[in-house]
Design a protein around this ligand. Sequence first.
Ligand SMILES: [Zn+2]
Length: 331
Amino acid sequence: MHQDLEQLKQRLPLLDYLRRSNWTARRVGTAAEFVGLCPLHRETQPSFYVNAHKNLFYCHGCGRGGDLIRLVELSHGLSFRQSLAYLQQQIPAPGRGPLLEETAAFYQLQLHRHPEAIHYLQQRGLRDPAILEELGLGYAPGGNLRRHLAGQGYPLDLLLETGLINPQGRDTFCRRVIFPCRQHGHIVNLYGRSIGAAFPHRLLPRSKGGLFAWESVRRFHPVILVEGLFDLAVLWQAGFRNTTCALGTHLTPEQFQQLTDRPDRSIYIVFDRDENHAGQQASQQLAQQLAGVGVGAHLVPLPPGHDPNSYFLAGATAADFTRCLQQAHPL
Ligand SMILES: [Zn+2]
């Protein structure tokens, strides 16, 4: 019983529980201590303290304190046993991360079983098997993921919640090349590029995460930033391993923070040269924002109508691309 209790408290830390219940707090000093409004009594000045290390709370307003179980007893008017049962249900479903790892591994196996996928990659100029392997590229043929994951014991609820299975009960990714997006070693999302007539881009309904492969790219100087994962893949293939990708032209605050992590960073932006100038406008804007925080940004001119992927497909070499980098104008 005691062991179960400790395990429960470890798997569902007090601070996580409170945050999931929409409790907002600010950190006190540098310690693992947080303060916010008390969920147990009405107040306008925060006096409810949580120590994340000790996993305990104390309210200076109403004088009550204790651990997670105590908080549930007090806030829900439940007995000790009832509180335990309630909390058991609140523990996050086992391994969202592992589910995406399992899914990506499954799709990776499918890639070599479906010639149409390999054919598509070749058409996009991706031929180096080492790059495909390193990117963890896979293929979702559609119609077989749900059965596979159910066989591995993943509950349908979880698959629906993650968005891997749509409300009609079918695989969300169908006839798509899959790029796993990793952060700190975990897969945080999957990007699927349609190889057919369906809408080209698809992500799971969750954050796109940080910059693609940032953990390996951040050590380079300078860094090349592109829009799409096929741009990144062909540039890696051509030897430009200092390329990262924001999955679009709009950076999330997290991605922007990553790009500006050091003051001496310099960034080469290579967005699409599309006819409606959306890519050029986006790169101008981004370069200005970067310059605003003191980070050097260069706009790389590709021939009109090209993105890095199409440029290499049209026969450009690494030397051609290097010349484009040299012609880049700093902002
Ligand atoms: Zn209180």
